[in-house]
Ligand binder design. Structure first.
Ligand code: NAD
Length: 475
């Protein structure tokens, strides 16, 4: 753990093990931090806030630039740590490290653009001025599926704004978090400004984050269930919250789309990170007239996918995170088949050629999926593509919006008017139009409805860590 500029063990040397999900092998052990360590880290962040918050934006920016430089230089090393710890193919891990570094660069720049405002006042002797100031100590909790970028997407804007941070990473991927904190230390982040608490039991740390009055903001990426728990807790002290939660993305193929291009896009985004992405399509709405060509292209492409260790050449399907994830995915597939869906390919755990040591599930395609099936409502977080046929634009819009989630959605069409109509009707925070990766450090990322609150990245990203203060002068 990294607290107040020191690398520390847990009390009594308590540790928990970290495993490679592709092989089940132990790859390391990290300190199992207790609630007391969270208190210690919050105290350090609170002490450091006084000086950090009044540094010039130029100074904070220079440190973030340096962190960006080191992270880019260390890309290959970080990617390898990620592939070993999280399982994604090495190429995807390299992409994620770059995406993670992009937030350091973007917010190094944004740090210098926290502008205030003057406002015309109603009285002739009055002047109004608006200032933006850092919210204070930020407690951050991150997931395992994007173990590098989900950290920099929070830490970079917080530091740019002048906040100090205590981070608790996911228990499955603490090694990536440790690597990032080494970079922040080397880049010259002063002691106490960033603190890392690793813990196997997230509840005790979360409790401390929400109840400790020194923490003024909770930023969380993870499941909607845990997000609600933290937001409820934070409400007691009216702490600021940013919530990046689960999704259930519709992928809409309109009748004029090219089914082959749409199927290729669906393949890339559905099986990205083995389906363990919050923006992963969970319902592929394909116009009834194109279901056959769409399914044919997908089936052909799925048959060429190779599952295995992310270090192996040609592997595009990595492991799921654990046995529970395999069981959840399989339960959703069985439920759909029991209720009348047709299994086109996959639909089983992979155990051949040593894959039984890890958590592999075959890339799966099912068709004739209906709203009665669990997969139509519940986030899958696995490599299953459920095709849902539809007949009209109005019908598909109603079906797409029929979910309590509202993170990402995708539209495939060649008709600009249609694209605009569907885009405006969708209740989702991120919409890709013939585009399967509508994300970048420069663009606001976040969800509507139960997918979240607030935005990360973009101009909005830094605003989440700033308070607005109004000054009224009488002259
Ligand atoms: P999770 O909610 O189980 O865990 C996320 C983090 O919360 C982990 O660090 C975990 O240790 C911690 N946590 C769990 N219970 C807690 C508690 N009671 N108190 C405090 N902390 C607690 O989610 P996960 O399985 O790690 O991640 C998958 C979920 O994250 C999916 O729902 C996915 O859609 C979502 N996600 C969302 C985004 C986004 O930007 N919207 C990005 C990535 C993942």
């Amino acid at each position: 753990m990294y607290i107040d500029g020191q690398w520390l063990q847990a009390a009594g040397g308590a540790e928990f093990d970290v495993f490679n999900p592709a092989t089940g092998e132990k790859i390391g052990a990290v300190p199992d931090g207790s609630r007391e360590k969270a208190v210690q880290a919050i105290d350090a962040a609170d002490r450091a806030f006084k000086e950090w918050s009044v540094q010039t934006a130029y100074k904070r920016s220079a440190i973030l630039y340096e962190a960006y430089r080191i992270m880019t230089e260390r890309k290959e090393h970080l990617a390898r740590v990620m592939t070993e710890e999280q399982g994604k193919p090495l190429k995807a891990a390299r992409n994620e490290v770059q995406y993670g570094a992009d937030f350091l660069l973007w917010f190094a720049e944004e740090a210098k653009r926290v502008y205030g405002e003057t406002i015309p006042a109603p009285r002739p002797d009055q002047r109004f001025m608006v200032l933006h100031q850092p919210v204070g100590v930020v407690a951050a909790i991150t997931p395992w599926n994007y173990p590098v970028s989900m950290i920099t997407r929070k830490v970079a804007p917080a530091l740019a704004a002048g906040c100090t941070v205590v981070l608790k990473p996911a228990e499955a991927t603490p090694l990536c978090a440790i690597e990032i904190f080494k970079i922040l230390e080397e880049a010259g982040v002063p002691k106490g400004v960033v603190n890392l608490v690793t813990a196997f039991n997230p509840e005790a740390i979360g409790e401390e984050f929400v109840t400790n009055p020194k923490v003024r903001k909770i930023t969380f990426t993870g499941s909607t269930e845990v997000g609600k728990l933290l937001a409820r807790g934070a409400a007691d002290q009216i702490k600021r919250v940013s919530m990046e939660l689960g999704g259930h993305a519709p992928f809409i193929v309109l009748p004029d789309a090219d089914p082959e291009r749409a199927a290729k896009g669906a393949m890339l985004v559905k099986f990205l990170n083995t389906g363990q992405a919050c923006i992963s399509p969970n319902r592929l709405f394909v116009h009834r007239s194109m279901v056959d060509p769409f399914v044919e292209v997908m089936t052909k492409r799925i048959s060429k996918m190779k599952a295995g260790s992310g270090f192996e050449e040609g592997v595009s399907i990595g492991p799921l995170v654990d046995t529970a994830a395999i069981e959840k995915v399989d339960r959703q597939v069985r439920d759909a088949i029991d209720k009348g869906a047709e299994l086109v390919s996959g639909g089983r755990r992979l155990t051949e050629n040593g894959l039984d040591r890890g958590y592999f599930y075959a890339p799966t395609l099912i068709k004739e999926v209906t709203p009665r099936m669990t997969i139509y409502r519940e986030e899958t977080f696995g490599p299953v593509a459920p095709v849902v046929p539809y007949d009209s634009e109005e019908e598909v819009l109603t079906m797409a919006n029929d979910t309590h989630y509202g993170l990402a959605a995708y539209i495939y069409t060649q008709d600009i008017s249609r694209a605009m109509r569907v885009l405006e009707g969708l209740r989702f925070g991120i919409v890709g139009i013939n585009d399967i990766n509508p994300t970048a450090a420069a663009a606001p990322f976040g969800g509507m409805k139960e997918s979240g609150l607030g935005r990360e990245g973009g101009r909005e990203g830094i605003a989440e860590y700033l308070e607005t203060k109004l000054a009224g002068f009488s002259i």
